[in-house]
Design a protein around this ligand. Structure first.
Ligand SMILES: NC(=O)c1ccc[n+]([C@@H]2O[C@H](COP(=O)([O-])OP(=O)(O)OC[C@H]3O[C@@H](n4cnc5c(N)ncnc54)[C@H](OP(=O)(O)O)[C@@H]3O)[C@@H](O)[C@H]2O)c1
Length: 313
């Protein structure tokens, strides 16, 4: 039998945080989880976007357990503020979906000096996860799902110039950040197992899904050529609903195991299935190196000691 959203069990009593909940895959994921009875915390770049999303979800769903948090992942201090707010308002967290992302913008450096895709897609999600680890650890059978991309298979970690100070290629840096997502998800899984914590960590990717991701990139770069290419490729894209299924499967199926990755058929389109992890993410040495470097960058700005203490080295 093909897995579908009907296969998702009731999520009543579960608390979920979805980043990038106002658009594309995050919106679809939030809608389905609200409909299944979960309390969903909508993590959005601004409160206005989160409020708008709550209105949409209240109109389109049967249930209404929705909380909001302002979560601008381009700023590590905002991430710290958001996690403090979540910890204040919630006693437990069953599921964290690290979904938000930005793709191939012109070179942009954030307040703390980080390349935008590195910080939004990878570093802030790592900081968010580690800061929320005590809450996840207080909840039985909790999960973290980190959303990657097929770009992981093309990605390399640019060890010598991770922030693109000397050379910037927007697609190479998108691929780097999406490879980093998978490396983080897998290394977190290993560390959680070693620490005997009852938390699963998985990654998921949507294949090609029609969302705002492509248009946002076209507008930011003013590239009519890419705009035209996306129009021509449109028939190959699946809906944002279909694109959200791998992360929903990873988040809710009882058959998954920590460290696995789910994506559509042939990493392209269709219903979710287990898919291979990019070969470059399989080196434990490289994952540990990325982890240490990322942890240091986070610690230079905000503390992650509480989450870190729970993980054995
Ligand atoms: N669509 C695809 O074909 C595809 C393929 C592979 C991977 N993915 C991955 O899927 C995930 C979801 O993307 P999507 O396709 O649903 O695109 P989307 O419709 O553009 O949604 C992206 C979400 O991320 C949020 N975001 C971007 N920058 C942010 C920031 N600084 N702080 C907080 N939130 C921020 C956006 O908020 P705003 O609305 O405020 O910008 C939006 O809610 C991403 O991680 C992406 O890399 C998508």
């Amino acid at each position: 039998m093909v897995w579908s959203i009907d296969s998702i069990p009731s999520q009543e009593g579960r608390t979920v945080l979805v980043t990038g909940a106002n658009s594309g895959l995050g919106l679809e994921t939030s809608k389905i989880l609200v409909n299944k009875g979960a309390t969903v915390i909508l993590g959005c770049r601004t409160l206005a976007k989160a409020e708008r999303t709550r209105k949409i979800l209240r109109n389109e769903t049967d249930c209404g357990n929705i909380d909001l948090v302002e979560l601008n992942l381009a700023d590590l201090f905002q991430v710290e503020k958001a996690t403090d707010q979540i910890k204040l308002n919630h006693q437990k967290l069953d599921l964290l979906i690290n979904n938000a992302g930005v793709m191939a913008p012109p070179q942009t450096v954030n307040k703390q000096g980080f390349e935008l895709q590195f910080v939004v897609n990878h570093l802030s999600h790592m900081a968010l996860t580690l800061n929320l680890l005590p809450l996840l650890a207080n909840t039985s059978a909790s999960r973290v799902v980190t959303v990657s991309s097929g770009a992981q298979y093309m990605g390399k970690i640019l060890w010598e110039d991770m922030q693109g100070k000397n050379y910037y290629d927007r697609w190479a840096f998108y691929s780097q950040s999406k490879l980093a997502n998978v490396m983080f998800a897998l290394e977190l899984s290993e560390k959680l197992k070693r620490s005997n914590l009852d938390i699963l960590s998985l990654s998921a990717h949507p294949g090609l899904a029609r969302t705002n991701l492509q248009q946002t990139s076209v507008i930011a770069n003013g590239s009519w050529q890419e705009g035209l290419a996306y129009k021509l490729m449109d028939p190959f894209f699946q809906s944002s609903f279909m694109g959200s299924l791998p992360q929903l499967f990873a988040a809710t199926s009882s058959s998954v195991k920590s460290g696995e990755q789910y994506g559509p058929r042939f990493n392209f389109r269709g219903y979710p299935r287990r898919c291979r992890i990019a070969p470059l993410a399989l080196s434990q040495k490289n994952r540990e190196q990325l982890w240490q470097m990322s942890e240091k960058l986070i610690e230079d700005f905000i503390g992650i000691t509480k989450g870190k203490e729970l993980l054995s080295e």
